[in-house]
Ligand binder design. Structure first.
Ligand SMILES: Cc1cc2nc3c(=O)[nH]c(=O)nc-3n(C[C@H](O)[C@H](O)[C@H](O)COP(=O)(O)OP(=O)(O)OC[C@H]3O[C@@H](n4cnc5c(N)ncnc54)[C@H](O)[C@@H]3O)c2cc1C
Length: 501
C-alpha cells in the first residue's frame, strides 16, 4: 500500500452534485481539500451532444459495472463515474423542495417523514445554490413554489418555439405551466451547468486537489473506533492510503452506503456509522414515467427540458394526497433518461434503424411524470460477496398511476382543443416507466435525523457514530420529494461547507 505524504483538512469522496460543490466551497474558505474521484474527465461530446447513439450504445453505463437486483439478476446501472458525477448527464432542472416537503406528509400509501429542520433553514443555501449554478428561471408563476427572497438572477432560458402554443393550450385547460429553473452556463461548447463547472472549477486551485480514477474501497478507523484515520483507494492498480482531519462521503446514494458497509471492522462489525443498522436502508428511487405526445411539426429532438406543471403536486379534485410533478422532457435524442427508461422507446430503438428513431423523436413531445416514494427499511443497498445488491419494491404506486392518467387526460383535452395546432390527436399515448437501472435520482440510504438509533447522520450531516465522518450526498434525504433532488443536494453541501469552515 502506498501512503500519501500529505495530510489534508478535508477529504471528499466523489465529485458529483454534493462532492464537487462542497470541495469547491471549502477550498474557497481556505481549507486544503483532496477529492478522490472514481472517474476521469468526461469528453465534451458525451456531455451535450447526445444523439441516436445515446440509444444504441451503453454510453452512460460504466464498463464492467454490474449491480444485482432483488431477484439476484445482474443489471447495468445508469450512473456516471466522472468529474461532476451524474450532473454530467442530468437535465439540470434545479428545483427547491416545497415548504411542506420538509414536514411529515401522508401519502396515499405510507408516510413521507419530516426532515430535522424546516425550509427556512435551507432557504439561504437555496439562494446561494441558484446563484452558484447560474439557475435561469422566473418566480411567481407556480403556486406551489416556496417563499424566496428575490426572483432568479437570470431570466428563463427560451423554450423551443412550439412550446409557447403548448403553454397557452395547457393554460386553456386550467393548468399553470411555468419555466423550469435550469442551470445554464451560456457557454456554447458546454451549455448545461454541472458540478465540475460550478463546483470543482469554482474552487481555489492552490488548495483543491482532485485525484481522478481513484476508486475508494474502504475507510479505516483509529484504535478507539471513533475517528476515521485513513481512506483506502485504488488508483491505476495501486492501493493508496490518504488521511485528513475530516472525511466526507459524497459517492452517491448507492456507493456511499456500499463503501461504509465494506469498511466493517471490529469496532463497527456491521459497517462504519451503522450502529443504527440504517446504512443502505430506505432507498427511495423517484417514480418516473415518460409519456409521449405526437407533434404536428418536426422538431430537432435535441433540446433541454422546458415547462413544469405542479397543479397536482399536493393532490387533485377529490384527491387530498400528493400526486407529483410533471415536466416537459428534453428532446428525445438528448435526454439520457429516455435511452433506457421507456420500454416503448427502447423497443423502437432496437427494432428500427437510425432514421426511424430520428423521425419518431422529431415528431414527439415527451413528458415526465414524477412522484415520491416512502422510505421502507426493506428497500436497501447491501453487499453480497462484495458485490452491490439492491432490494427494491416501489411503493405509493397508485398515486403515481393517478398522476400519469390525470396527465394523459389533460393531454387529450389539449389535443381536442381546436385552437391547439402543435400536437396531434392520438388514440393512445405511449408511455414507459423507468426501470431500477435508472438509479440517478436515488436517495435516503444514510438518512439524517436526531435519533441515533433511527438515522445515520445528524442534521448537519455528521455521522452519529464517528466524530470526523460526514455524509453530503443524496443518501441523507429522510424523504424523496417529487421534484428532482439536485438543488437540495447542492444547498446541503453549501450548508456543510459553512459548518466545516
Ligand atoms: C440522466 C439523469 C438526469 C437527471 N436529471 C436531474 C435533473 O434534471 N434535476 C435534478 O435535480 N436531478 C437530476 N438527476 C439526479 C441528480 O443527478 C442526482 O440527484 C445528483 O447528481 C446526486 O448528487 P450526489 O452528489 O448524491 O451523487 P452523484 O452526482 O452521482 O456523485 C457521486 C460521485 O461519486 C463518485 N464515486 C462513486 N463511487 C466512488 C468511489 N468508490 N470512489 C470515489 N468516487 C466515487 C462518482 O463518480 C460521482 O462523481 C438526474 C440523474 C440522471 C442520472
Amino acid at each position: 500500500m502506498i501512503i500519501d505524504d500529505n495530510h489534508y483538512d478535508v477529504i471528499v469522496i466523489g465529485s458529483g452534485a454534493a462532492g464537487g460543490t462542497l470541495a469547491g466551497a471549502l477550498s474557497r474558505r481556505g481549507k486544503t481539500v483532496l477529492v478522490l474521484e472514481r472517474g476521469g474527465a468526461m469528453a465534451l461530446e458525451d456531455q451535450n451532444v447526445a444523439d441516436v447513439d445515446l440509444f444504441r450504445k451503453d454510453r452512460y453505463h460504466p464498463k464492467n459495472e454490474r449491480w444485482f437486483g432483488p431477484d439476484g439478476d445482474p443489471f447495468a446501472p445508469q450512473t456516471t463515474y466522472a468529474r461532476g458525477g451524474n450532473t454530467k448527464i442530468w437535465g439540470a432542472v434545479l428545483e427547491r423542495m416545497r415548504e411542506q416537503d420538509f414536514a411529515e406528509v401522508s401519502l396515499q400509501e405510507g408516510l413521507s417523514p419530516a426532515w430535522p429542520f424546516d425550509y427556512a433553514e435551507l432557504a439561504p443555501f437555496y439562494d446561494r445554490a441558484e446563484q452558484l449554478y447560474r439557475v435561469h428561471g422566473k418566480s411567481g408563476v407556480d403556486s406551489s413554489e416556496p417563499q424566496r427572497e428575490a426572483d432568479f438572477q437570470n431570466p428563463p432560458k427560451p423554450v423551443e418555439p412550439f412550446f409557447e402554443p403548448l403553454r397557452a393550450a395547457l393554460k386553456r385547460q386550467g393548468c399553470t405551466p411555468y419555466d423550469l429553473p435550469i442551470s445554464w452556463s451560456e457557454d456554447q461548447d458546454d451549455p448545461s451547468g454541472d458540478a465540475q463547472l460550478f463546483g470543482l472549477e469554482m474552487g481555489d486551485p492552490d488548495r483543491l486537489r482532485v485525484r481522478e480514477n481513484a476508486r475508494v474501497l474502504r475507510l479505516h478507523v483509529s484504535s478507539s473506533g471513533r475517528e476515521i484515520r485513513g481512506v483506502e483507494a485504488e488508483i491505476d492498480a495501486d492501493v493508496w492510503l490518504f488521511s485528513a482531519d475530516v472525511v466526507v462521503m459524497a459517492a452517491g446514494a448507492v456507493n456511499t452506503p456500499a463503501i461504509l458497509l465494506r469498511s466493517a471492522n471490529s469496532h463497527h462489525p456491521s459497517g462504519i456509522a451503522n450502529g443504527s443498522d440504517q446504512v443502505g436502508r430506505n432507498l427511495m428511487n423517484l417514480q418516473l414515467t415518460s409519456i409521449l405526445q405526437l407533434a404536428t411539426e418536426r422538431n430537432s429532438g435535441r433540446y433541454g427540458r422546458s415547462l413544469g406543471v405542479n397543479d397536482y403536486y399536493w393532490g387533485d379534485k377529490n384527491v387530498s394526497f400528493p400526486l407529483g410533478h410533471i415536466q416537459a422532457a428534453g428532446g428525445v435524442l438528448q435526454d439520457a433518461l429516455f435511452a433506457e427508461s421507456p420500454p416503448v422507446l427502447s423497443l423502437v430503438t432496437k427494432l428500427i434503424p437510425d432514421f426511424g428513431l430520428e423521425r419518431l423523436a422529431s415528431r414527439s413531445v415527451a413528458w415526465w411524470a414524477m412522484s415520491e416514494v416512502a422510505p421502507d427499511p426493506h428497500n436497501k443497498v447491501w453487499l453480497n460477496n462484495d458485490q452491490i445488491r439492491i432490494n427494491y419494491i416501489p411503493n405509493n404506486r397508485e398515486a403515481h398511476d393517478r398522476l400519469v392518467y390525470r396527465w394523459i387526460d389533460t393531454l387529450k383535452a389539449v389535443e381536442n382543443d381546436p385552437l391547439t395546432k402543435v400536437v396531434l390527436k392520438a388514440p393512445t399515448h405511449a408511455r414507459g416507466e423507468a426501470p431500477l437501472s435508472v438509479v440517478g435520482f436515488g436517495c435516503g440510504t444514510c438518512r439524517m435525523g436526531t435519533d441515533p438509533t433511527q438515522s445515520v447522520v445528524d442534521s448537519a450531516g455528521r455521522c452519529h457514530d464517528v466524530s470526523n465522518l460526514y455524509i453530503a450526498d443524496a443518501s441523507v434525504f429522510p424523504s424523496c420529494p417529487s421534484v428532482g433532488p439536485g438543488l437540495t443536494v447542492i444547498g446541503l453541501a453549501l450548508r456543510m461547507a459553512d459548518e466545516l469552515s
